[in-house]
Design a protein. Structure first.
Lengths: 339, 531
């Protein structure tokens, strides 16, 4: 197996993991705007826990997409064109969500805020589902021909795995966000988030675990037995720690579950990046979908320079905004009037 | 409509729209960084207010750029999969560089800037806006590197029918890029300059109308103060400084835009002669610079076009710097293109129904001809207006006239128009190629791609129609929302970004709007800024 394409497969798996770990909780917080928050003040607490960081989190998606384009153009072209409509929904969801975050507090009336609450919640739901479906389908297969183009209609991609992956990311994001709120808020919101986390967490991680088992059972290697076990252990650890009010450790457990889960999925799928459900000969693999060695080495240098920096300054952002947000911190809504 | 047309309309609409937000983000970001620097250096109230007010408008606009930017990256794969496969080895790299080296910095540091007021030490906080602003300019560089490669492919070799990157440095120092980058960045500053100018004019005018500022017998302003609404003397300084900075930035950047535009045109006469001939609707060789051409430009038939007024020699000067060399017209370029790149599209399934069809090498001349002229006219108008504004405001305020104020506000649109027209011209002028051939004799052979071959073969026209309609509707609604919010915050003046300027007993609904009455001030505050 060639080194550089394999390295880039690992980098892309890493980018997706980082994306799901970070944007996971802000997608979840977005959905919780409708499912968890009871008052406008609660919603503002939720919004402000992710306010400084959500945009930086979303760049992991942009980077994962661009890195796939640069390192595996054939994978990028086939996956994105085959999933045309679901990705359209992802884009729409992300647009409404982003604009909602910024514009929600800039209106003066309840109708305005309610509209944007729905935009944030539904936008987060739809984009989480679409991204999960896309990731699941790239590991379980799509009806593509020898050129990598979709065979069949606009919904030829739709199957149970799409639903499985979609619900995996939606449910994981929801419980991950509850765990995040336990860490980032105080008072009644925090206690309620902990109760909800303990109640829903086992269900929340289930579809992602099933997805990992599905991919593992079709292309698993010895090591994926180990990572699968690690994922289950991480989830159990997260739950136990949450019960003991060790919230930081609980969050670490969730991160371990996710990282071990995606490692299982990507490792089991390797070296195929997008299987064809029509003929295994049309499978896109790390070897046949990648860019030239020169491009990959250029990109490796860029990643070597860029990624550690990202970890440092993004980590620093979390440190700067480490304090808990509670209702008492929320200032009065600011009404803008013409001078 | 067929898939290809739908995909092109979609790319055009989403890109022009995205590029309404981008230049304002790039230009205003740097200006806000400069304002904040002036505040940190001098400690003067007006600079803090300028930073906060323009920073607020910057954010309202920035988020729309972010939201629509993701569409740009995704749609290469979604709607243009053949293009992505063909160019992926070279085109993806600058996009990934943009994400890894620029956009991460921009997003993370902007988050720190928005929420970091009072939480970060003053100078560190200042550094965050500089980081974000510099990164947005770096972003532009990488994106333009990708675009310039489509205009003028370099640094690649053809291997098995696909261009393979052999020299990334050549791509990052493409001569097309080296002129397109300053041209675009200066264009962005002209947008920000016009934005500052128009809005500040409105506020200075309103201060006069409300009787706060008056004009003395020597024509100099007598600044008044109404502290209750935050319209004190520092408020006057905010608008006057902003107006003059904006006008100056606009004048200087337009001069730079003209210089870089001229360099770009000269390069384009070499690299894409057909684009420039179409920009002039120049049919026969040696046509002069057209001031006005009439006839049916859209008919694509050169016999129909009559140049009513033309300046002899001018086109030659634009292309070569002298007045004598004949510039090739469309009529003599078409056979050359046909000889080099074929008369018919190859009989390849990748061209779909278009396989074997005759190639029309002439871009839509209505668009190139008028696009080129709109770009120059809007730019020149705005530059002239900015210069006039500098003169009219030399005594410290704006004229009383409501008409002139309305013109100044309307003038905000001119640089936006110039930017959009310029992009429409250069992208439409490249047709029928999506990757234009590089005619340099020492260049690369046969690296080019027809737009007709670039669209996703597996995506149906129905899907494209759905997304085209969805984007158009959603983008239109969001544009209305954005403009309404901008107008609202502009009307609110500085207090819309700094409510602390207003006395507390100002409004009855101030405390009933959801604030916790037990809310503590001072050390307990974890939010320097709250959504």
């Amino acid at each position: 197996m060639e080194f550089l394409p394999t390295l880039w497969f690992v980098i892309i798996a890493y980018l997706w993991t980082g994306y799901l770990l970070l944007e996971g909780f802000d997608l979840g917080v977005g959905m919780l705007m409708k499912l968890f928050a009871r008052t406008d003040q609660d919603r503002r607490v939720l919004l402000n826990t992710v306010g400084p960081v959500w945009d930086g989190n979303e760049v992991w998606l942009i980077t994962a997409g661009a890195a796939t384009f640069a390192a595996f153009p054939l994978w990028y072209a086939s996956l994105f064109s085959t999933l045309y409509l679901p990705l359209l929904l992802v884009l729409m969801g992300l647009i409404f969500r982003a604009v909602g975050f910024e514009y929600r507090g800039k209106g003066n009336n309840d109708a305005w805020r309610t509209r944007w609450d729905w935009a944030i919640a539904l936008g987060s739901l739809v984009s989480a589902f679409g991204i999960g479906a896309a990731l699941a389908l790239t590991t379980t297969g799509l009806p593509i021909n020898d050129n990598g183009d979709r065979v069949g209609g606009a919904f030829a991609w739709f199957n149970g795995y799409a639903v499985l992956g979609g619900s995996a990311v939606v449910l994981f994001s929801l419980v991950h966000a509850l765990g995040f709120l336990v860490l980032k808020t105080d008072g009644e919101i925090r206690e309620r988030a902990r109760r909800q986390f303990l109640r829903w967490m086992p269900l929340g991680v289930l579809p992602m675990a099933v997805w990992a088992i599905v991919v593992h059972s079709s292309g698993g290697k010895t090591v994926t037995w180990f990572t699968l076990l690690l994922a289950v252990g991480g989830a159990a650890f997260a739950w136990i720690m949450a019960r003991r009010h060790r919230d930081g450790w609980s969050f670490v457990g969730m991160a371990a579950f996710l990282a071990a889960g995606t490692t299982t999925i990507f490792t089991a799928a390797f070296p195929v990046v997008l299987p064809s459900t029509l003929d295994a000969a049309f499978d896109l693999t790390v070897a046949n979908a990648s860019s030239s060695g020169y491009t990959l080495s250029v990109m490796s240098v860029v990643a070597l320079v860029g990624l550690p920096g990202v970890l440092v300054y993004q980590g620093w952002t979390y440190w700067v905004f480490r304090k808990r947000v509670s209702r008492s911190h929320i200032p009065a809504a600011h009404t803008v009037r013409a001078q | 409509m067929e898939a290809l047309e739908l995909a092109r309309w979609q790319f055009g609409i989403t890109t022009v729209y995205h590029f309404l937000m981008v230049p304002l983000t790039i230009g205003l970001g740097l200006l806000v960084a400069i304002m904040q620097t002036m505040w940190v250096r001098t400690g003067k109230a007006q600079y803090l207010r300028m930073t906060k007010f323009w920073g607020k408008l910057f954010l309202i606009n920035f988020i729309m750029g972010v939201a629509t930017g993701l569409v740009q990256e995704f749609q290469f794969g979604m709607a243009w999969s053949e293009y992505s496969r063909f160019v992926g080895d070279v085109f993806g790299a600058p996009l990934a560089m943009e994400a890894l080296l620029a956009f991460f910095v921009e997003s993370v540091f902007l988050g720190l800037w928005i929420f970091g007021w009072d939480r970060l030490p003053k100078k560190l906080h200042l550094a965050t806006i500089w980081g974000a602003s510099t990164a947005s300019i770096l972003s532009a560089y990488f994106i333009l590197a990708a675009n310039s490669w489509m205009q003028h492919p370099v640094g690649v070799e053809m291997v098995d029918g696909r261009p393979v990157l052999v020299d990334i440095w050549a791509v990052l120092t493409n001569n097309t890029l080296l002129v397109a980058f300053p041209h675009t960045i200066l264009g962005a500053f002209s947008v920000a300059g016009g934005f500052l100018l128009g809005i500040s004019w409105y506020h200075l005018w309103k201060r006069r109308r409300d009787g706060i500022d008056t004009v003395g017998p020597d024509g100099k302003v007598l600044v008044g103060s109404v502290a209750k609404t935050g319209r004190d003397t520092a408020d006057h300084q905010v608008w006057l400084r902003s107006l003059r900075i904006g006008a100056l930035v606009a004048v200087v950047s337009f001069a730079g835009v003209a210089v870089t535009g001229d360099l770009q045109a000269k390069l384009m006469f070499e690299q894409q002669p057909m684009k420039m001939a179409a920009a002039e609707a120049a049919c026969h060789d040696g046509t002069g610079f057209s001031v006005l051409s009439v006839g049916n430009l859209g008919s694509q038939n050169c016999d129909d076009i009559v140049a009513v007024i033309e300046v002899p020699g001018m086109l030659s000067f634009m292309a070569n710097g002298d007045f004598a060399t004949e510039v090739q017209g469309v009529n003599s370029l078409v056979p050359q293109y046909q000889e080099q790149y074929g008369t018919h599209l190859p009989d390849d399934p990748m061209y779909g129904e278009r396989a074997g069809m005759e190639i029309d090498y002439v871009p839509v001349m209505e668009v190139t001809y008028w696009g080129f002229r709109m770009m120059i006219t809007f730019g020149a108008m705005a530059a002239f207006a900015a210069a006039v504004a500098l003169f009219l405001t030399r005594k410290g305020t704006v004229p009383e006239s409501k008409r002139i104020m309305q013109l100044a506000v309307l003038g905000i649109l001119a640089p936006f128009g110039a930017n959009a027209a310029g992009w429409i011209f250069t992208e439409m002028g490249r047709q029928p190629f999506v990757v234009a051939p590089n005619p340099d004799p020492n260049g690369i052979d046969n690296v080019f791609m027809f737009t007709a071959a670039a669209v996703s073969p597996g995506v149906s026209a129905t899907e494209l129609a759905i997304s085209l309609i969805a984007f158009t509707v959603v983008y239109s609604v969001l544009l209305v929302v954005e403009v309404k919010l901008l107008v609202k915050y502009v009307r609110g003046g500085v207090p819309s970004a700094m409510p602390e300027l207003l006395p507390h007993d100002d409004g009855p609904d101030d405390d009933s709007a959801g604030g916790d009455p037990t809310r503590k001030k001072g050390d307990g505050d974890v939010l320097a800024f709250a959504y």
